[in-house]
Design a protein around this ligand. Structure first.
Ligand SMILES: NC(=O)C1=CN([C@@H]2O[C@H](COP(=O)(O)OP(=O)(O)OC[C@H]3O[C@@H](n4cnc5c(N)ncnc54)[C@H](O)[C@@H]3O)[C@@H](O)[C@H]2O)C=CC1
Ligand SMILES: CC(C)CC(=O)C(=O)O
Ligand SMILES: [Mg+2]
Length: 369
């Protein structure tokens, strides 16, 4: 069996807590002979800043380039609120995304049957929900220049962020969305704000052209991003694949998370292009949530988003479909058995902490083995 080079970057806050549970799952898969990993680990975010004054070191970046896939916990927290902007924890994650050219961020939001009552929406609105948000991840306003705060002569300040998209960036993310839609319900909603933004005008035009030339078999609808947010909480099951830019994708995926019960449920995959010679693609897998400073250190964080991110790595980077299916089935199994961390707990359910949920997943995997 091939050995896969996996880099673990736990990061800050609950990042290291949820990563500890993924390590148990990795160990179990290895012990069962279902997968073979060569593991490296390094610092990112505030943890890296504390160690070397940068949110990611050059050594860690070299490991990231050498890895077959990266698993990242989360970065950030109030401890680093006064660190200068370029060295803030989030800059480490943004550098990984940009330098590795991980332009396609897949954020699936599925409502497990056992959790339909944990959603902030009524059961019938979310039961069976299966939406895939395809977020552009290396362009847009998170990276556009200029990005400045300047002092004005009258004592005021002016802040500028710049939203930039070139047509090739829109075309390649649109292709990812259409290809994935073909493996699902064959429907894509493209969302932007062409009514107020030039990038929205170009986005809509390029997505329409890609659709017209190569994906006429896929149903395409355009929605303005504000309206799309409204539709996500009005009737979320109308969606199959949503393709959108970096900022709107960030916001809409947090909204979608709550439809499933908790931000602690949503995994994600950030993928680069398939390289022509090797056939490989760079990839980083991380939960959609952040470092959650309000619960960090308490052992209560939900590790399912992180464990689900490992399942995505098994599927998309290593082609270990059976192992991925088993991990996803184990997640569904523990939820069906009533195990709940605090964020998804309700009366009558078995309340567990982060480690308890990780142990329950291992027990479920072992039961099915
Ligand atoms: N990918 C990343 O590393 C991300 C980092 N961040 C950073 O994280 C820090 C905190 O940001 P917030 O706005 O508070 O967002 P957050 O996602 O960390 O937390 C939002 C809320 O969701 C809860 N939550 C999140 N994950 C959970 C889990 N696994 N189990 C149970 N509850 C969970 C938190 O307790 C909190 O109440 C900031 O520094 C932010 O920049 C935010 C989002 C993504
Ligand atoms: C750089 C991250 C903190 C942005 C974010 O919230 C996300 O990617 O979900
Ligand atoms: Mg976010």
């Amino acid at each position: 069996m091939a050995t896969h080079k996996l880099l673990l970057l736990p990061g800050d806050g609950i990042g290291s807590e949820v990563m500890a549970e993924v390590k148990k799952v990795i160990g179990w898969l290895d012990a069962q002979g279902l997968a073979s990993f060569a593991i490296e680990e390094d610092l990112v975010g505030g943890a890296a800043y504390d160690s070397c004054g940068q949110p990611i070191s050059e050594e860690a970046m070299a490991k990231a380039f050498a890895a077959d896939a990266i698993l990242l916990g989360a970065v950030g927290g109030p401890k680093w609120a006064n660190v200068h902007y370029e060295a803030r924890p989030e800059a480490g994650l943004l550098r990984l995304r940009k330098d590795l050219q991980l332009f396609a961020n897949l954020r699936p939001a599925m409502c497990y049957p056992a959790l339909a009552d944990a959603s902030s929406l009524k059961r019938d609105l979310v039961e069976g929900l299966d939406v895939l948000i395809v977020r552009e991840l290396t362009g847009g306003v998170y990276f556009g220049e200029p990005k400045t705060i300047t002092d004005l002569s009258d004592g005021q300040k002016r802040a500028v962020d710049t939203q930039v998209y070139e047509s090739y960036e829109i075309e390649r993310i649109a292709r990812v969305a259409f290809e994935l839609a073909r493996t699902r319900k064959n429907r894509v909603v493209s969302t932007e704000k062409h009514n107020v933004m030039k990038t929205g005008v170009l986005w809509k035009q390029v997505v329409s052209e890609v659709h017209g030339s190569d994906y006429n078999d896929v149903t395409l609808e355009h929605q303005l991003a504000d309206s799309c947010g409204m539709q996500l909480v009005r009737a979320p099951k109308q969606f199959d694949v949503i393709v959108t830019d970096n900022l709107f994708g960030d916001i809409l995926s947090d909204v979608a998370a709550m439809l499933t019960g908790s931000l602690g449920m949503l995994p994600s995959a950030s993928l680069g292009a398939v390289e022509e010679i090797s056939g490989k693609r760079r990839a980083l897998y991380e939960p959609v949530h952040g470092a959650a400073p309000d619960i960090a250190g308490k052992g209560v964080a939900n590790p399912i988003a992180m464990i689900g991110s490992l399942a995505m790595a098994l599927r998309y980077s290593f082609g270990l479909i059976e192992a991925a299916d088993r991990v996803e089935a184990a997640i569904a199994g523990v939820l069906a058995d009533g195990y709940r961390t605090g964020d998804i707990w309700s009366e009558g359910m078995t309340r567990v902490g982060t480690a308890g949920m990780g142990d329950a997943v291992i027990a479920e995997l072992a039961k099915a083995a």
